[in-house]
Design a protein around this ligand. Structure first.
Ligand SMILES: Nc1ncnc2c1ncn2[C@@H]1O[C@H](COP(=O)(O)OP(=O)(O)O)[C@@H](O)[C@H]1O
Ligand SMILES: O=P(O)(O)OC[C@H](O)CO
Length: 495
């Protein structure tokens, strides 16, 4: 009886594959980076063939390293960079254009024009939980249809298929048999009504997207068809799909309303389970589908910070103050939390809750004795202060999490996680398996094929590694945070 689960984690900069045991432990993994294309300022593209080939070879690598047979794998779970948009020919499987990545801003003018229509953004926000922003898929789809010769006509004739990365990988794995996605990925397109759980005709008309392009939307744990045996050596059912941040919510076992996770990679994505209520945020946080199981939707509130680990990369590669991200911890330990220097890493504007695309970054509070360690520490502290901004916004929306589970490449930095606990004044938990995104997809696939029986069982598989409790006196916490608010207010253009 096959007991392993293969998780395919297709991210923005690399494709990873992990073989998990039926206890949710990592058996083996494979990973491959792929190229980023920036054909014009503000544009970001991926080569679809590279997305597919790196996924396939990392899956083969993981299976080989696990020393198991493909027939030992009971199911595949897919998790993916969200919003990234692909359109391909239904007959040949050939993409008509490269993948337009979630970071791509080429449709900013189109979004601005739509925002001019009175009440439109509000209506869209009510239906989708999202904002009228190039981040999401809808305007990327219409850009392809308008700019690739003949694409709109072919789409209307039903010859083309649209998908986010999960859908594209499923199409490839199944040899063109399955054109489907899950509700979490659909909820990032601006075309999906998160209340009715249907593609929305009015939104399709607004964004001029023919319905014939769209994949079928299924639960996050569902029968998505089979990966053909020619790819991995045996026919394997694809049984779970979720966007990567939602998969991390599941991998962190945040199954109760009020439970929240924050992932600190290149950017930071914080997500809180709000149960069966799609909470509307008055602070421009996103309302999204957390997961959908057995037809029942669990919603989440999401806030994103564009620059988290990327700030450390900039300190390393741009400023060349350090050689390795690991150096940030001893430097911050030397500085201590009482740092008069503030860094506002608004390199790509400010995300939630400010959404100020014009803001530019700044370093403030410099004196003659400021050195490398204060600037590096300010970079780490900025990540924590921004998380508090998100938490405050959630609290004002009426739902403050009592604790936070963290993951992502940055959380190996214990100083950072401790300062996070101090800044938020809540308990922070770091799990043993920090590959929570891949774990979430494995949980979903395992649920569908009966390896796991319930969310309660999954919650028991979540293993705590370390807790970080707030220890900073309230006076210091509030004074330091006020310094951040003052710094942010100085860079905001729209305030
Ligand atoms: N010890 C550390 N302290 C602070 N930041 C770190 C540390 N180690 C790695 N990082 C940051 O974490 C990020 C990598 O995290 P990862 O989860 O792999 O990102 P992604 O999945 O977005 O590529 C990098 O941006 C790096 O700068
Ligand atoms: O691939 P990541 O981890 O950078 O995540 C990207 C997000 O899904 C974008 O919404």
């Amino acid at each position: 009886m096959p007991r392993y689960i293969l998780s395919l984690d297709q991210g923005t900069t690399s494709s990873r594959a992990i073989v998990f045991s039926d206890q949710g432990t990592i058996i083996a993994s494979g990973q491959q980076e792929f190229s980023q294309h920036f054909p014009q300022p503000g544009w970001v593209e991926h080569e679809p063939q590279e997305i597919w080939q790196t996924t396939l070879s990392s899956a083969r690598q993981a299976i080989a390293e696990a020393g198991c047979l493909a027939s030992d794998i009971a199911a595949i779970g897919i998790t993916n960079q969200r919003e990234t948009t692909l359109i391909w020919d239904r007959n040949t499987g050939e993409p008509v254009y490269p993948a337009i990545v979630w970071q791509d801003r080429r449709t900013a003018d189109q979004c601005l024009a739509l925002k001019q229509q009175a009440g439109l953004e509000d209506k869209i926000n009510k239906k989708t939980g999202l904002l009228l922003d190039p981040y999401f898929s809808a305007t990327k789809i219409s850009w392809i249809l308008d700019n690739v010769e003949g694409a709109r006509e072919r789409a209307e004739r039903g010859e083309l298929a649209f998908g986010t990365v999960d859908s594209f990988l499923l199409w490839q794995l199944s040899g063109g048999e399955c054109h489907a996605t899950d509700a979490t990925n659909a909820s990032r397109t601006l075309l999906f009504n998160i209340h009715s759980q249907q593609w929305d005709d009015e939104l399709l008309e607004t964004f001029r997207v023919p319905a014939a392009l769209l994949p079928q939307v299924k639960d996050s744990a569902a029968d998505f068809g089979n990966a053909q045996s020619k790819w991995l050596g045996a026919e394997i059912p694809v049984a779970g799909i979720a966007g990567d941040q939602q998969a991390a919510l599941i991998g962190q076992a945040c199954f109760q309303p009020g439970m929240a996770k924050s992932t600190y990679g290149t950017g930071c994505f914080m997500m809180m389970n709000t149960g069966n209520k799609a909470l509307h945020s008055s602070h421009r946080l996103l309302t999204t589908v957390g997961y959908r199981l057995n037809g029942e939707t669990t919603y989440a509130l999401e806030g994103s910070i564009f620059m988290a680990g990327a700030t450390i990369q900039w300190i390393r590669d741009g400023l060349q103050l350090i050689c390795n991200a690991r150096e940030t911890q001893p430097l911050a330990e030397q500085t201590g939390y009482e740092n008069p220097v503030y860094m506002v890493p608004a390199f790509a504007g400010l995300g939630a809750p400010y959404w100020d695309p014009q803001a530019k970054g700044a370093i403030m509070g410099l004196t003659r004795d400021t050195g490398i360690k204060e600037i590096v520490t300010a970079g780490l502290q900025a990540v924590c202060y921004q998380t508090r901004d998100l938490l405050e916004a959630m609290a004002e929306d009426g739902v403050k999490p009592a604790a936070l589970r963290v993951d992502g490449g940055m959380v190996v930095n214990a100083w950072l996680v401790q300062f996070l606990a101090d800044t938020l004044a809540i308990s922070i938990a770091r799990p043993q398996v920090t590959e929570t995104t891949a774990l979430g997809a494995a949980f979903l696939a395992g649920l569908q094929v009966g390896i796991f029986s319930s969310l309660e069982q999954l919650a028991e598989l979540w293993v705590h590694e370390q807790a970080f409790e707030p220890s900073l006196p309230e006076e210091a916490r509030e004074r330091l945070y006020q310094g951040w608010i003052d710094a942010v207010n100085r860079v905001r253009v729209d305030a």
